[in-house]
Ligand binder design. Structure first.
Ligand SMILES: [Zn+2]
Length: 269
C-alpha cells in the first residue's frame, strides 16, 4: 500500500471505531478529541514505513513519510532502518535469509505496535503537555504528508513542519487535562497495526508473527495469496480502496457530529 492509502485507512478505522463506541456504548468525544485521534491514527498508519530510508547526505529517496520533515526525518528513518536491521540479525534463525536493509522488519510487527502505543502513553503521562505537543507535532506532520500528499509535495517540508507545529500547539492549548492522553497512545498503536494489515493485503509480506519461530524462521513473511491480494499502487488500490476509505471516513464523521448538531438545532427552536 502507498502512503496516502495507509493514512486514509488509519483515519477511516479511527472514525468508524469512534462512531461504534458512541453508537453502541455512549462513549462521546469532543470534536477536538475526535480530530486529534483521527490525525494521530492517520499519522500512526504511516509510522512503520519510517524504516524506509534514503540518502541522508544527498537528501534523496526514502519513503514519503521519511521526507515529512526534510533531512531531519530522513535521518530518523536511517536510524530506524539500521536499528531494525540490527534486531533482525540479533534474532534471526538459520532459515531466515540475509538482508542488507531493515525495511519491513521490526516496525511491521505486533510487539512494535504495542511498544509504540505504550511508549506514547507513558511519555504523555509522565511529561504532560510538553510530551503531548511534541508527539502531536510529529504525528500531525505525518498525517498531513499522507492525507494531503499532493499539497505537502508542493508546499515542501518547511510549510508542513510549520503547519504541524501550529496545529499541535493549538491542540495542546485546548485539550482538557486527563482524558485525552491515553487516547493518543492508543491512536498511534492502532494506526501502526492498520498499516501492517494494509501491507499484508497488498502482497507485501509482513513478519506479523515475530517473535514466534516457525520452521527455524523467526521472520516469516505473511501475506495474502497473490490471487486475492491487491497490487500495491495499482488501479484498485488508488481508485476503489481510497474511495471506499474516504466514504467510510465521511459517513462515520457525519454520524459522529450530526446528533449533537441536530440537538443544538432542536434546542434553539
Ligand atoms: Zn509498510
Amino acid at each position: 500500500m502507498m502512503g496516502p492509502s495507509h493514512a486514509l485507512s488509519g483515519a477511516a478505522v479511527w472514525l468508524s471505531g469512534s462512531w461504534a463506541l458512541q453508537h453502541f456504548y455512549d462513549y462521546e468525544q469532543s470534536p477536538l478529541a475526535l480530530a486529534v485521534g483521527t490525525a494521530v491514527c492517520a499519522g500512526g498508519a504511516l509510522l512503520p514505513d519510517l524504516d524506509l530510508s534514503g540518502k541522508v547526505t544527498r537528501n534523496q529517496g526514502g519513503a514519503t513519510v521519511a521526507r515529512t520533515f526534510g533531512v531531519f526525518s530522513l535521518f530518523i528513518a536511517e536510524v530506524v532502518e539500521k536499528v531494525s536491521l540490527g534486531v533482525y540479525y540479533a534474532t534471526k534463525l538459520s532459515r531466515d535469509p540475509k538482508r542488507s536493509n531493515g525495511h519491513r522488519t521490526l516496525t511491521h510487527t505486533i510487539p512494535f505496535t504495542v511498544l509504540v502505543g505504550w511508549g506514547t502513553t507513558t511519555l504523555c503521562a509522565r511529561y504532560g503537555k510538553w510530551a503531548v505537543i511534541g508527539i502531536l507535532f510529529f504525528m500531525i506532520g505525518l498525517a498531513l504528508r499522507g492525507l494531503f500528499d499532493e499539497w505537502a509535495e508542493r508546499a515542501g517540508w518547511v510549510i508542513v513542519t510549520l503547519v504541524s507545529a501550529g496545529a499541535a500547539s493549538f491542540t495542546a492549548a485546548n485539550l482538557p487535562g486527563d482524558r485525552g492522553y491515553p487516547m493518543i497512545g492508543l491512536a498511534v498503536g492502532v494506526g501502526c497495526f492498520v498499516h501492517i494489515i494494509g501491507d499484508m493485503i497488498t502482497r507485501a509480506g509482513v513478519p506479523i508473527l515475530w517473535p514466534i519461530p516457525i520452521k527455524r524462521r523467526m521472520w516469516t513473511p505473511i501475506s495474502l495469496p497473490d490471487s486475492i491480494a491487491l497490487r500495491a499502487g495499482g488501479k484498485t488500490e488508488i481508485v476503489v480502496v481510497r474511495t471506499a476509505l474516504t466514504v467510510v471516513s465521511v459517513l462515520a464523521a457525519v454520524g459522529l457530529v450530526a446528533p449533537s448538531v441536530l440537538q443544538k438545532f432542536n434546542l434553539d427552536l
